[in-house]
Each structure stands twice: as structure tokens, then as C-alpha cells.
Design a protein around this ligand. Structure first.
Ligand code: ZN
Length: 496
């Protein structure tokens, strides 16, 4: 993109800080020894404060406003507009307040780790309270803050244009259709025996098979680094550097594979955004957009029959234990639905209910209706109400996800929305590409290219809602997602 020199300099400087932040955080999660983390959090806070001052320098902002007025309509103007909007939200935050919030988030995350490990919500409770208060304080500086729209502004941060009213309507559809459908499956009495999936396989053998899956997905090792962590995630550094982590469980063969495929969906997105957007507001797509791409790969590719048909020969070769399991039986096991406690391990059908629970609790938190002492009970009650099961520990209940520890409230709902975007996009891919044949012919690059051209290259220069409309030639419609789930699971469970 063609910017005036002052703006290019500004972007480059912020990019350099961003690289440092990404590197420090990635190391903290992967290789940094625990006792060094306090120190690096302190340094992180100093750097964040500096970057914040550069980003919000009043002289630069003034220059940007003048520049905005000089520019003709186009991507450059849109970039400056997005930047000025984002700055307006944070500009009035005193840098001390901002620095303190970064330090709090980092400390809180470490406490969450400890609390989860020790299965003790009490360790995390005071930090959770502080993080909520800190988010409220940060939001209160936004010019769009009206006094009672904190949660709406948080939702908007993770998916532009979203608010409680829109999410309420979305989740109402999920509730209305998915909860009774799950009940119907339970009543049908049909069950899928997936005990095979829980045989014990050594991590070494799983890692070797992961290489096979990586080759199938044409993962470019010059651009993608794979590591392991407790909680899988992706960090996009640049158009030539994406880092993903996975977690191997000896008795859950499928878990690492699907989480790697999921994270690779995020990584591929980052690698395929128009490289000209690097450093701009267009480079990092928002959460629902990102999640639409990771869930696209995980659900529509990684859980498909064609994917397993294509990798079946290698699977049998490396795991002769599977030789009596047909591809159909394998795919049934992979897609088995079961009401379970852990969101990241949930099947496609029950997944949106896990998100719904978090959304409802977040709403209550920001409406000020929550008693922190009994929050784990509220969590457990909702699991019982919507999924019919009750967690018997904090670690498998309220402490399972990292998100609340660093203040990412409003993030969860974007996961379900992303799945819905993915379903509508996949419907279009199927019209244009013979997906089954492409996968069976070991041509995953055809799908990667389709995603690049139709979705990834735009980055954040268009919203996912706009992209879905361009690609599918009709507005986003969550009914496609619900219909897709009902069709898929009706077939799987032989429902009429
Ligand atoms: Zn994800």
C-alpha cells in the first residue's frame, strides 16, 4: 500500500513492538522457565506502555487526521479511518492505567494457570474480579461508552458491528433448534461406540502420524512452526511466520489431530492475507473471521469422510490396530456427539451450547448480577441445564478456558458465529469444487487456494459478513449452519 512516509514509519515502529510482544508471549507459553515470567511480564509492561505512547501520540494523530482529509477514497483512506476509530477508543486511556491493565492481565493469566493446575477457583477469583473491573475501566474511556454498554463494546471489539441484541437473536436460534435436536438423538437410542478412539497410543507414534497429516495439508515448514502447549493456540508473526501449538493425549488419538488442523486454519489465514496489508489494520482479521477459518478446516475438512479416506492407507500403515475399522466406522467415531464438559474437546453439534453458556455468564457479569463466590455454581448449573451434565471440579468447569484470565470478555460468542460463517462458506465451496475428489487426490492446495482467493486475501479490509455475501451471493444466514448440523447428525444417527 502507498502511504506517506510519516505513516509508513509509524506502522513500522508499531510492527517492531508487535514482533517483540508476540515473541515474548510465545516464549512464555512454550519454552520460558516459570521463574523468569515475572521479570518478562515487567518488561512487557514497559514496552507496552511505550508502544501505547507511540500509537497515541497527539502530533501523529493530528497528522493522520489531516492526511485522512487529503486522501481519495480507497484502501489507504479506509486504513486511516479504521486506525483513527481504534485510537478514539483508547486515546483517552492514561498510559499508567493501560500499562497496569497489561501487567494485571499477564499476572492474572499466570494465576489462572496455577488455579487450573491445582483445581482451585479460589486462587483465580480475586484476579478475575480485578480483570473485569479493569475491562470496565478501559471501556469507560471510549467515546462510544454510554454508561451501560460495556459488554456491547467488548462484543464489537471482537466482531465489528456485533452487540447483545444481535447475539441474543443468533443464540436464540441455536437454543430453539439444537437443544431439542440433541434430545431427539438421545431418545433415538442410537449410540456410536468410539472406544477405539480412546485406546492408548504413544505420543511418539502420534507425532509421526502428525507429520503425515502435515504433508497432506501441504504445511510449509519454512513458514509454519509446530510446538506443544497445554492449551493449543496460533500466533501469526508475519506473512512468512506462523506458529501453532497442539497437545497430545495418549488416550485421545483424535484430539491432537483435530486441534492441529484447527490451528492450521488460523495459521493459513495469516499466511494468505495480502502481504501488502502487513502492519496495517487489515492484516489481523477479527475473531469470528479467524474462527470461521479454523473451524472450516477442522469441521468441514478434518472431520470429513474424504479427508480420512485420503489418509486411511497411512493410518493403517502406522497404526495396524485400526486395520479392522472401516473408513465409515472411523468417520462415525470422529463425529460422535456426546454432551461433555470441555469446550475444546466438544463435537460440532454440542459446541455452540458451550459457547452459549459462556455468553450468558459474561452478560450477567457485565450487568453486575454475578456473585464471584458462587460463580462456579452458576457455571455448573448451566451445564446441567443445557447439556445435562454437571462438572465436579473447577478445572473441568469454570477454569477450563484461558480467555477470562487476560480480560478477553466478548471473545467466546465469536466462536459460534465463526462456525456459522464457515458452514455458509463451505456450502459455496462444494458448489464450485469437487471437494471429495480433490481431497482423495491429495490436492489440498486447491482448497487452500480457494480460501486464499475468496476469503483470506481480504484480511480485515472487509468484514466476514461482507465476504460471505460476496462469496455466496447472499447475506449471512445462520439457518445454513443449523441446517448443516441437523442434516449431518440426522444422517449419522439415522433420524427421520
Ligand atoms: Zn481457534
Amino acid at each position: 500500500m502507498n502511504f506517506e512516509l510519516f505513516y509508513t514509519d509509524y506502522l513500522k515502529k508499531l510492527q517492531a513492538y508487535q514482533l517483540a510482544f508476540n515473541t515474548i508471549s510465545f516464549e512464555q507459553y512454550t519454552i520460558a522457565p516459570k521463574d523468569g515470567i515475572d521479570y518478562s511480564n515487567e518488561m512487557l509492561a514497559i514496552l507496552s506502555k511505550e508502544a501505547f505512547q507511540i500509537e497515541n501520540n497527539p502530533d501523529t494523530i493530528q497528522k493522520m487526521k489531516e492526511y485522512y482529509n487529503r486522501l481519495e477514497d480507497g484502501l489507504e483512506k479506509k486504513e486511516i479511518q479504521y486506525r483513527l476509530e481504534a485510537i478514539a477508543d483508547s486515546q483517552s486511556i492514561p498510559s499508567d492505567v493501560y500499562g497496569a491493565s497489561v501487567k494485571l492481565a499477564a499476572d492474572s493469566m499466570m494465576k489462572w494457570h496455577e488455579a487450573k493446575e491445582k483445581d482451585n477457583y479460589e486462587i483465580f477469583k480475586p484476579y478475575l474480579k480485578q480483570v473485569v473491573e479493569s475491562q470496565k475501566q478501559l471501556i469507560s474511556y471510549s467515546p462510544r461508552f454510554t454508561g451501560n454498554n460495556t459488554y456491547d463494546l467488548l462484543l464489537d471489539k471482537f466482531e465489528k458491528g456485533m452487540n447483545q441484541e444481535k447475539y441474543d437473536a443468533f443464540f436464540e436460534k441455536i437454543k430453539e433448534n439444537i437443544i431439542p435436536f440433541i434430545q431427539k438423538i438421545k431418545e433415538s437410542g442410537t449410540s456410536i461406540d468410539d472406544s477405539f478412539m480412546h485406546k492408548t497410543f504413544s505420543i511418539e507414534r502420534q507425532e509421526k502420524f502428525m507429520d503425515t497429516i502435515g504433508e497432506f495439508l501441504k504445511i510449509d515448514k519454512n513458514k509454519v512452526y509446530l510446538s506443544t502447549t497445554e492449551h493449543p493456540f496460533t500466533s501469526s508473526f508475519s506473512h512468512g511466520d506462523a506458529r501453532i501449538t497442539t497437545h497430545y493425549y495418549p488416550d485421545s488419538f483424535l484430539s491432537a489431530i483435530l486441534s492441529t488442523v484447527h490451528e492450521y486454519g488460523h495459521a493459513l489465514y495469516g499466511l494468505q492475507v495480502n502481504p501488502e496489508f502487513e502492519g496495517t489494520m487489515f492484516y489481523e482479521p477479527l475473531c469470528a473471521a479467524h474462527e470461521s477459518q479454523s473451524r472450516f478446516l477442522e469441521n468441514h475438512i478434518g472431520r470429513s469422510k474424504a479427508f480420512w479416506q485420503a489418509n486411511y492407507k497411512d493410518l493403517i500403515e502406522q497404526f495396524p490396530e485400526f486395520k479392522d475399522v472401516t473408513v465409515d466406522a472411523l468417520v462415525n467415531m470422529i463425529n460422535k456427539t456426546e454432551c461433555s464438559l470441555i469446550r475444546t474437546e466438544a463435537d460440532e453439534l454440542t459446541y455452540p451450547l458451550h459457547v452459549l453458556i459462556r455468553y450468558e455468564i459474561e452478560k450477567e457479569i457485565f450487568a453486575g448480577n454475578v456473585d464471584y463466590d458462587t460463580l462456579p455454581t452458576l457455571w455448573n448449573d448451566k451445564y446441567e441445564q443445557y447439556l445435562g451434565i454437571r462438572p465436579n471440579s473447577d478445572a473441568t468447569g469454570i477454569l477450563q478456558d484461558v480467555h477470562w484470565s487476560d480480560g478477553s470478555f466478548g471473545y467466546f460468542p465469536s466462536y459460534a458465529l465463526g462456525s456459522a460463517y464457515a458452514a455458509q462458506l463451505y456450502r459455496q465451496l462444494e458448489k464450485e469444487v469437487d471437494v471429495q475428489q480433490v481431497l482423495e487426490n491429495n490436492q489440498f492446495e486447491v482448497i487452500a487456494n480457494w480460501l486464499k482467493e475468496n476469503v483470506h486475501m481480504y484480511g480485515n479490509s472487509k468484514s466476514m459478513e461482507e465476504i460471505v455475501e460476496i462469496v455466496t451471493k447472499e447475506p449471512f444466514n445462520p439457518d445454513y449452519y443449523i441446517q448443516y448440523l441437523i442434516d449431518k447428525y440426522s444422517k449419522l444417527y439415522q433420524l427421520k
